[in-house]
Design a binder for this molecule. Structure first.
Ligand code: HSE
Length: 345
């Protein structure tokens, strides 16, 4: 049996979803893979910080958040370590970075991730800020230090969009990627088609844990643009930045627009895409697009996402699955952890 000690930076929707998976499936993971995950630290911005090299009780962490939305009251050897100190000086084997996403600076998550990698810890993260802004640098630091960085949860939550591209499709020559890459906006569009108002649909998406802490990132398509950047960087060897993405969100779409599309046998979808051009360069954009209802992406509804890889060898390969959510994103972290475990053996 191999034990991995985990330090969680952030304990919001995704962190708690991830902890729940460990709580529910811990024994099963042990039986199936001979692997045991132990949480030694949980560090939040305003709900407390705990570090105990001997391990923390997952049940107690979840109960405490559920009963009073705080970690205070849980006993741990240290309750004053900040994220950087935990990343650098704790006995964790893996830093699980799931704090607030900042798509402008990537901070403070990026410096925490750097510190963990430089001190020989693996990192798994669902945080799109550091990944969209600094992935090539972080990957280099990881390699220099003989550790891994896993970012599966950043695109389509736990649906294996990145691993499919990095693994099975790596030799197929991906020329173009397009799809529905944001769960919140797809949920809103679906609800509006059923008659809900924009405001109510957004409130529901927030309540279900799909939306970003500041949902402007979702509705103005910064989140989908970040995912296009991540896909371009990781799967197409295109060093794009956020500024390279032509971006339009859904906040201007009205119920009338949706009705008009319906009358014409079409549906609005927020489509992200990046395509290598045959001559030079690329096209990269996110924009609301009217699709005929018979189009394969038109039937992808709610917080479900879909991605189509257009490859030189296989033609189109499409993957459909959850795009957001607590356990859905938590699963992306687990998938990366299990990959680290596989690679270590
Ligand atoms: N807010 C994001 C979405 C979360 O709705 O897709 C998953 O990245």
């Amino acid at each position: 049996m191999k034990t991995y000690r985990l330090a969680l930076i952030g304990f919001g929707n995704v962190g708690q979803g991830f902890a729940q998976i460990l709580q529910e499936r811990g024994n099963w993971l042990l039986e199936l893979f001979g692997v045991n995950f132990e949480i030694v630290a949980v560090c939040t911005r305003s709900r407390g910080s705990l570090y105990d090299p001997g391990g923390l009780e997952i049940n107690a962490l979840l109960d405490s958040m559920q009963s009073h939305n705080s970690l205070s009251g849980i006993r741990a050897l240290h309750n004053d370590w900040d994220a950087l100190q935990i990343a650098g000086d704790s006995n964790a084997d893996v830093l699980v970075e799931i704090s607030y996403t900042d798509l402008e600076t990537g901070e403070p998550a990026t410096q925490t991730i750097r510190r963990a990698l430089e001190t020989g810890k693996h990192v798994v993260t669902a945080n799109k800020g550091p990944t969209a802004l600094h992935y090539p640098e972080l990957l280099r630091i990881a390699r220099e230090n003989g550790v891994e960085i896993g970012v599966e949860g950043t695109v389509m939550s736990g649906t294996p969009a990145l691993n499919l591209g990095l693994g099975s499709l790596a030799g197929a020559g991906v020329r173009k990627i397009q799809g529905i890459l944001n769960g919140t906006t797809n949920y809103i569009l679906t609800q509006m088609e059923s008659g809900a108002s924009y405001a109510d649909a957004l409130a529901q998406a927030q309540e279900k844990g799909y939306a970003e802490a500041d949902p402007t990132a979702d509705v103005e398509a910064y989140d989908a643009a970040a995912k296009v950047v991540i896909l371009a960087n990781t799967l197409m060897n295109l060093p794009l930045t956020m500024a390279d993405i032509n971006r339009t969100g859904i906040s201007e779409l009205t119920s009338d627009d949706i009705e008009q599309a319906r009358g014409a046998g079409e549906r609005w979808k927020l489509i992200g895409m990046v395509e290598k051009q045959t001559t030079s360069g690329y096209v990269a954009q996110v924009k609301p697009t009217r699709l005929p209802v018979m189009h394969p992406l038109a039937s992808v509804s709610g917080a479900t996402n879909a991605i189509t890889y257009t490859t030189e060898v296989l033609g189109d390969v499409t993957l459909i699955g959850p795009g957001a959510g607590r356990q859905e994103t938590g699963y992306g972290l687990l998938a990366d952890l299990l990959a680290i475990h596989r690679n270590s053996g």
